[in-house]
Design a protein. Structure first.
Length: 207
């Protein structure tokens, strides 16, 4: 498989993540949304993809990302949310095992790319782990996430991601999120399978 095809496949995977709402951004701490209340917000950031060409030269490309989301508290320890990236959406839920410190989540999303005939439809499933420590004004956290991404009738590609962030109280119930992380994609469509590494940086505002 040529380097160009490998790069295109990597870009398609990245675009699928953006559009489906299978966030390369997390914007979630272990604390769940309060019962009966809503959180709304959005995020902007970028994803950088590394690739080595046939001559052994390291190449790097960056992609901008924008997303929106909302969450609702079902019980004191359980919330649900929906997020959107472009032409797609993801529904997820989170349960606080140890309130404010440890939570588990799961989610799924679907999307489409009208301009790319090879991948008219894709779907994602995810499992997440959230760890954090709530100080008075700042809330540092780390998140781990595992995805399965299916592109049309093609193979399902597993992915692992880790992100570190900080939630900063702004005013009233508003919060600013700053994040940075890495994403590893095992691309079965590349020659004999290949692990591709990406990095992400994001900022969000929720109220």
């Amino acid at each position: 498989m040529t380097v160009w095809i490998r790069i295109k496949t990597l870009c398609f995977c990245a675009l699928a993540l953006f559009v489906s709402g299978c966030a390369v951004y997390h914007m979630q701490v272990p604390r769940t949304t309060a019962k009966g209340e809503w959180d709304f917000g959005g995020a902007i950031g970028g994803l950088g993809a590394f690739n080595v060409d046939s001559a052994g030269k390291l190449e790097f490309g960056a992609f901008p990302v924008v997303g929106f989301g909302a969450r609702y508290g079902i019980t004191p320890r359980f919330d649900m949310g929906v997020s959107s990236w472009g032409i797609g959406a993801k529904l997820d839920c989170k349960y606080g095992i140890v309130p404010d410190y440890l939570a588990l989540g799961t989610g799924a999303g679907v999307g489409t790319l009208f301009s790319i005939a090879e991948f008219p439809f894709f779907y994602v499933g995810e499992a997440s782990l959230y760890l954090g420590y709530p100080f008075k004004k700042v809330y540092p956290y780390i998140s781990g996430r595992a995805w399965l991404l299916g592109l049309g009738t093609y193979t399902v590609n597993p992915m692992l991601g880790a992100i570190a962030g900080i939630k900063i109280s702004a005013f009233r119930r508003s919060n600013v999120y700053l994040e940075a992380g890495v994403l590893n994609i095992y691309n079965e469509d590349s020659e004999q399978g290949k692990n591709d590494l990406m990095i992400s940086a994001n900022a969000g505002f929720f109220w």
